[in-house]
Write a protein that binds this ligand. Structure first.
Ligand SMILES: Cc1cc2nc3c(=O)[nH]c(=O)nc-3n(C[C@H](O)[C@H](O)[C@H](O)COP(=O)(O)OP(=O)(O)OC[C@H]3O[C@@H](n4cnc5c(N)ncnc54)[C@H](O)[C@@H]3O)c2cc1C
Length: 443
């Protein structure tokens, strides 16, 4: 590791995500709320009428919250359209592009933003690509997107999540969290399961780690708090009070063998969408679907009105929950109830480029940082593969409350830099960023 610089380092380029505030995402990925279960995801994947079906990451029963799950649901929804001669696909994220690949010239894709990709958003920091949204191909060995990536001969890099560099504000915690992290999570699950009556484990109650924490010795408790805040909360992007006590431990998350893409995830989607009719800047606000396949569907918004045999709607569930698209007739009760039981958490990402690399690194490039209070907890060092000192940091919405949305991109980038600086072993007495040099340029 290069020694951390004496002067507070400042990035030369940066980019900051706004997934929570963006009206076309309103969050980052889905999780099961108290009272919900993966069955609710399956309900959402059922056709809402003869004319309309939903797709997207939140409706995959077994691979939710991930790009390849979204992509699979899009393809499945397209298959459901059968031999319909015209289909409108709403949304050009992974699910929409998956659907469009199957439907080919029988479909038109309408996308609210002025870009494709949805929660995949590759930005350039100078000449280096970095992802503000999804970065890893998860479940790599059984991932439909990864298959396409291999076929297209696009380079990818594995991350071993079990082998992070771990740093903590309190040194002892770093040791305890690192060595006991998986055991701590399993112990938390076992405690909550036992409290809820063993096999009758009740997913209807929110995750309440309080009694488990109280049962631990003080040193272990401190590490357990880090595990909950820096792992469980960031995996859901939601406060424990809104997370199912059951499914938080059993839905799939990141896994070993996951790979990321130095050329950016957006590069993959751009290649998959080639030849498809995509209309950008086309937000949908209303869908009429009452008449069955013979009468088709009518999709409308400020950009116009389109008619087709069927529609595949791939917008994030949060867009539906917010009522940003109205349906006529309205969504069936089963779908509305399922929408209440699945949440969309928010995790934000900051990507930073510096003149040189000064943070802890190894060939794996994966860094965990347990700060007090919880901060940017997870970092991926892209430097060895993008040809420039670039690093990406993640923070969960419960830890951004009250400051993130009110802060400028510059201030957020500086706050992330400060966290990384502390992680690198420097603990300035002042939290102020006044010492930051300002001879910097945004991406
Ligand atoms: C910070 C972050 C990190 C992540 N990391 C990973 C990761 O490493 N690996 C992984 O597999 N997954 C990751 N994810 C999750 C992954 O990005 C999503 O699961 C996936 O991209 C969702 O695809 P989708 O097609 O379901 O939805 P989206 O990508 O959200 O696509 C929906 C599309 O609908 C459009 N839309 C919305 N409203 C309207 C409207 N009214 N009219 C028309 N169009 C509309 C949107 O603009 C969008 O393009 C991450 C997400 C975030 C935010």
């Amino acid at each position: 590791m290069t020694s951390p610089p004496d002067v507070f380092p400042s990035p030369t380029h940066w980019a900051v995500s706004r997934w929570g505030a963006d009206p076309y995402s309103r969050g980052s990925w889905s999780y099961v709320r108290p009272g919900g279960s993966p069955d609710d995801r399956a309900v959402l994947a059922e056709p809402i009428s003869d004319g309309v079906i939903l797709a997207g990451e939140a409706v995959h029963r077994t691979r939710p919250a991930m790009v390849h799950g979204a992509y699979e649901t899009g393809r499945a929804a397209a298959e459901w359209c059968g031999d319909a001669s015209s289909v409108i696909v709403v949304g050009a994220g992974a699910a929409g592009i998956g659907a469009a690949e199957v439907l080919g010239d029988r479909c038109v894709v309408v996308e609210a933003r002025d870009r494709i990709g949805g929660r995949i958003d590759t930005v350039m920091l100078g000449d280096a690509a970095a992802d503000l949204g999804a970065a890893w191909m998860q479940q790599y060995g059984d991932n439909a997107i990864a298959e396409r990536v291999r076929a297209l001969d696009i380079a990818s890099v594995p991350t071993d999540f079990a082998r992070p560099i771990v740093r903590a504000r309190i040194d002892n915690d770093a040791v305890v969290v690192h060595e006991n992290y998986r055991a701590l999570k399993a112990a938390c699950a076992a405690f909550i399961r036992a409290e809820a009556g063993g096999d009758g484990w009740d997913g209807s109650v929110p995750l309440d780690p309080g009694p488990w924490l109280a049962s631990l010795a003080p040193a272990e408790r401190a590490a357990a708090v880090r595990m909950i805040e820096g792992d469980i909360v960031i995996e859901a992007g939601a406060p424990t009070t809104d997370i199912s006590s059951k499914w938080v431990f059993s839905e799939p998350g990141v896994g070993e063998g996951d790979c990321w893409l130095p050329s950016g995830y957006g590069d993959v989607l751009s290649r998959l969408v080639a030849g498809i009719d995509v209309r950008l800047g086309w937000p949908v606000t209303h869908i009429e679907h009452g008449g069955g396949i013979d009468e088709g569907v009518v999709v409308s918004g400020p950009s116009g009105t389109l008619c087709a045999d069927r529609a595949v709607v791939t917008v994030p569930i949060s867009v539906l929950q917010a009522g940003a698209i109205t349906f006529e007739p309205s969504l069936p009760h089963r779908h509305r109830r399922a929408l209440d039981r699945i949440g969309l958490g928010t995790v934000e990402k900051v990507v930073l480029r510096f003149a040189e690399r000064w943070w802890p690194h190894d060939d794996n490039g994966y860094l965990r940082w347990f700060d007090e209070p919880t901060n940017f907890v997870e970092w991926l060092d892209l430097t060895d593969h993008v040809g420039a000192p670039v690093v990406a940091g993640l923070i969960s919405a419960p830890h951004t409350l009250g400051w993130y949305n009110e802060s400028s991109d510059f201030d957020i980038a500086m706050r992330a830099t400060h966290a990384l600086h502390r992680c690198a072993g420097l603990f300035p007495s002042s939290e102020s960023s006044r010492s930051v040099r300002t001879d910097v340029s945004e991406r």
